[in-house]
Write a protein that binds this ligand. Sequence first.
Ligand SMILES: [Zn+2]
Length: 311
Amino acid sequence: MIKFNAYRVARTLTTAALLTAGWLWPISIAASKQTYPSPEIKLSADKISNGRVLLLQVDAAGLSSPITNMQVDFNKTSYRFYPHPMQGNGSFFALVGVPYRTRPGAQKLIFKYSDLTGNQSRQLSFNVVMGEYRTDVLKVDSRRVDPNKKDRNRANREHQEVKHIYASASPARLWEGPFVLPVENDISSSFGNRRVFNGKLKSYHNGLDFRSPVGTPVRATNSGIVRVAKNLFYSGNAVIIDHGTEIFSIYAHLSKLKVKAGQRISKGQLLGLTGATGRVSGPHLHWGIKIKGIAVSPLQFVETLNDLLQR
Ligand SMILES: [Zn+2]
């Protein structure tokens, strides 16, 4: 956990030089313009692998000047802050997705807010390191590697539809307490693995696969609203849940759907049964987590959110 300095350096200091008896004495004079203490901000890590989530926590309680319009910008995406689930007024959190294709090296977040003196912004530095991801070689139905025009059009349409959903998250926090795993089966393929389909299509794994036999009940990782419950070209029968605060969970390749789009669901509720629909090499559950449309490691997400709840 890193803390950034609690007080903004007063930027209105002026320096005057006074020449006395041949000596140069630098004298600092504080200008009369008032400055306000800035909120304390903590980052969950100063070094993080690509494809993971960063948690930001802001403590603005007790500041003499109210703080408004807080946001954090990273990689051309702006993320909002939400009231901290465990703390009182004046504490906030934001989740920032570090995309899988982020270049390793020094990176910056821009933290913006307004106080009584106007708009403020601060840079927060962190490092992205290349995750240690493996390679999966998979054999799937050739129609889902070389789709015909009709299938390509369908997949593009579905891609746009889902993208729109990720851009329109519920602003209210619908989740409560820790996120739980959707099934109890072993993991068969981790998030981030490089993937080669049928010896040619190269991609990466944007979720986590569980080795679930067909018909295993799949449960909601947390409460929220079902935004998608239908068959998609690549994901097969899929459910997407909006948990609010930019968090979405995805459940793919199901044999049966047990919920409908628009339905409010609670943590642990049955969503469907596992299967082998869509682009698969066999039955399994694909489970994904997206932060404002950016895929992050589901297990690292669960750990990070649980840290937020420890406070
Ligand atoms: Zn998968």
